[in-house]
Ligand binder design. Structure first.
Ligand code: FES
Length: 137
């Protein structure tokens, strides 16, 4: 497991989302009132970006016809066909036994601490040919 600095905290506003790519994988970052969560940003149904989904709540009913909303904004509704996923766990509420979105651990690190390492930047060879930059990857 490797750690990657992916965004500033301020880039994911409260109740907002941000799509980043890490090692070629699209990852959706979510901010739940200051807590951050990361999910693989492809719906397991047909691959929509969950980052583009709408934040919804859980409707709970003790008796028919009377319901209340709980965990406001902690679910993400897929923009294509409306499957709901728990942002905290990636669990599907359509098929919780068999369907979930991969979850990634997220931590908030002070910039000063990150500047000291142990991270090392990846470098690639670069050459200049007739006024064009060519990057070898
Ligand atoms: S692609 Fe997400 S519910 Fe269909």
């Amino acid at each position: 497991m490797s750690r990657h600095v992916v965004a500033r905290v301020s880039e994911v506003p409260p109740e907002g989302a941000l799509r980043v790519t890490v090692k070629g994988r699209p990852i959706a970052l979510f901010n739940l009132s200051g807590e951050f969560f990361a999910l693989y940003d492809r719906c397991p149904h047909e691959g929509a970006s969950l980052c583009a989904g709408r934040r919804v709540s859980i409707a709970v009913a003790d008796t028919p016809g009377e319901y209340r909303l709980e965990r406001r904004g902690e679910m993400i509704r897929c923009p294509w066909h409306g499957w709901d996923f728990d942002i905290r766990t990636g669990q599907s509420w359509c098929d919780p036994e068999h369907t979930r979105v991969r979850r990634y651990a997220v931590s908030v690190e002070a910039g000063e601490r990150l500047a000291k390492g142990p991270f090392r930047a990846e470098s690639v060879p670069v050459s200049v040919e007739d006024d064009y930059l060519v990057v070898e990857v």
